[in-house]
Design a protein around this ligand. Structure first.
Ligand SMILES: Nc1ncnc2c1ncn2[C@@H]1O[C@H](COP(=O)(O)OP(=O)(O)OP(=O)(O)O)[C@@H](O)[C@H]1O
Ligand SMILES: [Mg+2]
Length: 323
């Protein structure tokens, strides 16, 4: 079966200062089969929105090709648009309109007759659980409610493929989970979903496959489980507040594995041997060496470890699930 989204050698350059050319998307290849949730994970400025804008025909590629729903994004933009739903990162909504009015208007713009537009608006409000806020002005909606309304708008023409650009950035954990459930329900009913995110947890929870993007390039791509398995063994996180004891701590730990760049607030991040699941020997050894350990944890690899392995840096998160 041909993929619903096929991207080959896609490049988008922007002019930088002093006539330099900056590739925001730098040669991306990917294919998303029908029915998949594909998570595009990367930090600020990685190129996520630029790629999405090209795929939804809002931005012309500098080079490369892509097909969405079987149509070429440059030569057949109308056909592409007919098959997709999009919620962009920064959607502006008129604060004086009500949720119902906005959906009704959008349905009319999509060619529905008034009675059908009303029915569609009601159906979509129900679908994203906003029936009670139907007649409230958008200015009074919470962040989570706005995102759900964005989602409802993108569903008016029953798209086969849905593009969601950072659908939960800035939302609290509860609103985030509500939106995840909506996305899962849509996917269960057959919609292919391409979503971008900066949140490891979101990619892990929602995506069948994850593409990790850094500096405009796809640096890894697989199921979350396979990506984490590739990274291998467990890690040990150690915090020692007493600076005079840190050099000795580093020496002792380095005997047991490779020291990696720790995340902020932690002093040591040790990659243990494959299959190592014990914490006690390290606690004992450090204690016997007279080191005051303030915190020690055994942690399983996360997608952040995949990111660290591929790029040498941590995926900085600025959302509510920041550790
Ligand atoms: N219109 C533009 N003109 C010039 N540079 C741009 C333009 N749009 C994006 N860029 C640059 O391209 C790079 C990628 O930006 P992009 O918005 O795609 O990143 P992103 O992954 O969506 O980031 P974020 O998580 O912050 O939304 C950045 O360096 C950005 O400054
Ligand atoms: Mg973006």
């Amino acid at each position: 079966m041909t993929p619903v989204i096929e991207v080959e050698g896609l490049v988008r350059e922007f002019k930088g200062p002093n006539g330099t050319i900056l590739p925001a998307v730098d040669g991306v290849d990917l294919a998303v089969p029908e029915g998949e949730v594909y998570g595009f994970l990367g930090p600020n400025g990685a190129g996520k929105t630029t790629l999405v804008r090209m795929l939804v025909t809002l931005l012309r590629p500098t080079r490369g090709t892509a097909r969405v729903g079987g149509s070429d994004i440059v030569r057949e933009p109308g056909k592409v648009r007919a098959s997709i739903g999009v919620t962009l990162q920064e959607a502006a909504l008129d604060p004086l309109m009500t949720g119902f009015e906005l959906l009704q208007l959008q349905a009319t713009l999509h060619g529905l007759k008034k009675r059908d537009a009303n029915a569609k608006a009601d159906e979509l409000l129900e679908r994203v659980d906003l029936v009670r806020a139907k007649d409230a002005r958008l200015g009074t909606y919470s962040g989570g409610m706005r995102r759900r309304l964005d989602l409802a708008m993108s569903l008016i023409h029953d798209p086969k493929v849905l593009f969601l650009d950072e659908p939960t950035t800035g939302l609290d954990p509860i609103s985030r989970k509500v939106l995840w459930d909506e996305v899962r329900a849509l996917n269960d009913s057959g919609t292919t979903v391409f979503l971008t995110t900066q949140y490891l947890e979101e990619a892990d929870a929602l995506a069948d496959r994850v593409g990790i993007i850094a500096g405009g390039k796809l640096v890894a791509e697989d199921t979350p489980a396979n990506l984490k398995a590739d990274v291998g063994a467990n890690r040990l996180e150690v915090t020692v507040h007493d600076e005079s004891q840190r050099a000795r701590t580093g020496e002792l730990l380095a005997k047991h594995g490779k020291l990696l760049e720790p995340r902020p607030g932690v002093n040591f991040y040790l990659q243990l041997a494959q299959g190592e699941t014990r914490l006690a020997p390290y606690v004992l050894e450090l204690d016997q060496a007279g080191i005051t350990v303030d915190r020690i944890d055994l942690v399983e690899p996360t997608l952040d470890d995949v990111f660290l392995l591929k790029t040498g840096a941590h995926l900085a998160e600025d959302g509510p699930d920041k550790p």
